[in-house]
Design a protein around this ligand. Structure first.
Ligand code: FMN
Length: 151
């Protein structure tokens, strides 16, 4: 199982989380391509069997600038990812209420439009509740690893 891991981040938390996830998934025996910055060509060239995206939210529910070009190019080129299992970790702050984790949600909806298959419901990490997202993400990541290994 070959997993591509991408991230979109303003202040670096999502990037760090994706790096940590790459280490954890590698240690669990997955082949991992950590793609940073996000790139459509790099994703398609990797030929991965599964995708993980860690993405924060900025503005009022907007994607971080680091992942906007990837998002736009995916929408334009529209490479179908039929049946490819994916997971999204959304980083946000619940004090933004209506736009909580909307960055991650936008990525999730994009992947669903491309016919990828959500392996596990999106994990939402709330910056107003935790300062250790990498620890909080571990149980969800371990569940994703089990699902991918049995896919
Ligand atoms: C200017 C600004 C706007 C933000 N807007 C939102 C938002 O609309 N929704 C949300 O859930 N979180 C929002 N956040 C919270 C960040 O997404 C959250 O702190 C996240 O952990 C940052 O991750 P990063 O370091 O990878 O960018 C905002 C943070 C800042 C500083």
């Amino acid at each position: 199982m070959h997993l591509a891991i991408l991230s979109g981040s303003v202040f670096g938390t999502a990037d760090f989380l994706a790096d940590e996830a790459a280490e954890r998934c590698t240690a669990a025996g997955l082949q991992v391509s950590r793609i940073n910055p996000p790139s459509v060509d790099a994703l398609l060239d990797a030929g991965a069997d599964a995708i993980l995206v860690c993405c924060s939210t900025t503005g009022m529910g907007e994607l971080p600038d680091t992942i906007v070009p990837f998002y736009s190019e995916m929408q334009t080129r529209f490479p179908l990812l039929t049946g490819v299992p994916f997971g999204v970790i959304g980083l946000g702050d619940s004090s933004y209420a209506d736009t909580f984790c909307q960055g991650g949600e936008q990525i999730r909806e994009l992947l669903l439009e491309l016919q990828a298959r959500e392996a596990l419901p999106m994990l939402q990490l709330d910056a107003s509740e935790t300062v250790t997202p990498e620890t909080d993400a571990q149980p969800w990541l371990d569940e994703l690893i089990v699902l991918l290994k049995s896919a």
